[in-house]
Design a protein around this ligand. Structure first.
Ligand SMILES: Cc1ncc(COP(=O)(O)O)c(C=O)c1O
Length: 347
């Protein structure tokens, strides 16, 4: 029995047509800048987001970390949300790679406002760290796939410009945000000095992220990528998957969003489920009663052929993606219901 794997949208396998595009890719040595497929992917993504240039990297962690390194000098300070990926899940990379410190926005959601950022920006002074960079995350992973309103990002962008701060977006799931909110990608991209996008999440490519920005920014980013060991050779086989994904797998994200909503509706209100964050995109986060606990609940789900991940105390995350269909979602909802029933019955 094949498990319904809702641990992440990163678990997808390339569809046969994508594999064919990869096998037929024209390649060269990308460290020499000679891989035609990589060059095509970088130009295509940059154009989509209204930026001058792009850089293909192995992961979203690397694109974020490179961006922060390029925007900062050692001793600088980066402002981001307390629940952001760059702060929580990149191995302390801001300190380690950029030698910068972090000031965090704490609130009861996962987005930031210009006022919240302004409260953290340091005045220009010899004894204070220099605030140089603001990082937003759209969609927010910890928030349950929540999206920024365009107007809020535009206000932060204006604020950053006025204060001389660099504005980076961790857009690991930016296409989910764009589909949910109906953003014009070019107008959206221009709000930022740099944009990180992932091809290996909702878009279903096996590997790869892109960093987008101005020509001088990407020139410097390319140098940092090499230092981090991220220069790849015949990466065109992977870039071809990315081109395929950008051409064919964006609009279908609406199906993932619909399935997340169906799942959330089906499990909301079940005995044993105390709260479900209403999904805006493809992430469903829910809390289980403390008597169950996330570990026990997940083990019981796994026995029924449904996989998810722990997301904090009594909290579970499920993510819809290209490799799950309506039947899988119905099966997942049924499994949650059965686990809740067995817990209620003390079994
Ligand atoms: C919001 C966000 N940013 C960045 C990343 C990092 O991507 P990668 O796993 O490709 O390093 C992830 C990974 O899940 C993510 O959820």
């Amino acid at each position: 029995m094949k498990a319904v794997d809702l641990r992440s949208d990163t678990v997808t396998k390339p569809v046969p047509e994508m594999l064919r595009a990869m096998a037929e890719a024209e390649v060269g040595d990308d460290v020499f800048g000679e891989d035609p497929s990589v060059n095509r992917l970088q130009a295509k993504a940059a154009e989509m987001f209204g930026h001058e240039a792009g850089l293909f990297c192995p992961s979203g962690t690397m694109t974020n970390q490179i961006a922060i390194q390029v925007h900062t000098r050692p001793g600088d300070e980066v402002i981001c949300h307390a629940l952001s990926h760059v702060y929580n899940y990149e191995g302390g990379g801001i300190a380690r790679n950029a030698m910068s410190s972090v000031r965090l926005v704490h609130n009861d959601n996962t987005s930031m406002t210009p006022d919240e950022i302004d409260a953290l920006v340091h005045a220009d002074s010899d004894w204070l760290a220099r605030t140089s960079t603001v990082v937003a995350e759209d969609t927010s992973n910890r928030g349950g796939g929540t999206c920024y309103d365009f107007s809020v990002l535009a206000a932060i962008s204006d604020y950053c410009k006025n204060r001389g701060l660099a504005f980076h977006v961790d857009g690991a799931r930016v296409f989910n945000a764009a589909v949910a909110k109906g953003h014009d990608l070019r107008a959206y991209g221009r709000l930022f000095d740099s944009v990180s996008i992932c091809l290996s999440k909702g878009l279903g490519a096996p590997v790869g992220s892109l960093l987008l920005g101005s020509e001088p920014f990407i020139k410097e980013a390319r140098r940092v990528r090499k230092v981090m060991g991220g220069g790849m050779r015949q990466a065109g086989f992977l870039a071809a998957a990315g081109i395929y994904a950008l051409d064919r797998h964006i609009d279908r994200l609406a199906d993932d969003h619909r399935r997340a909503e169906t799942l959330a509706e089906a499990i909301g209100g079940l005995p044993g489920i105390t709260h479900v964050i209403p999904p805006e995109t493809n992430i469903v986060i829910f809390d289980v009663v403390p008597a169950a606990g996330e570990a026990k609940f997940l083990a019981a789900l796994e026995e029924k052929g449904v996989r998810a991940v722990p997301f904090g105390k009594n909290r579970i995350r499920m993510v819809t993606h290209l490799d799950v269909n309506d039947t899988d979602i119905a099966k997942a909802a049924e499994a949650v219901e059965e686990v809740c029933a067995s817990l209620a019955g003390g079994k």
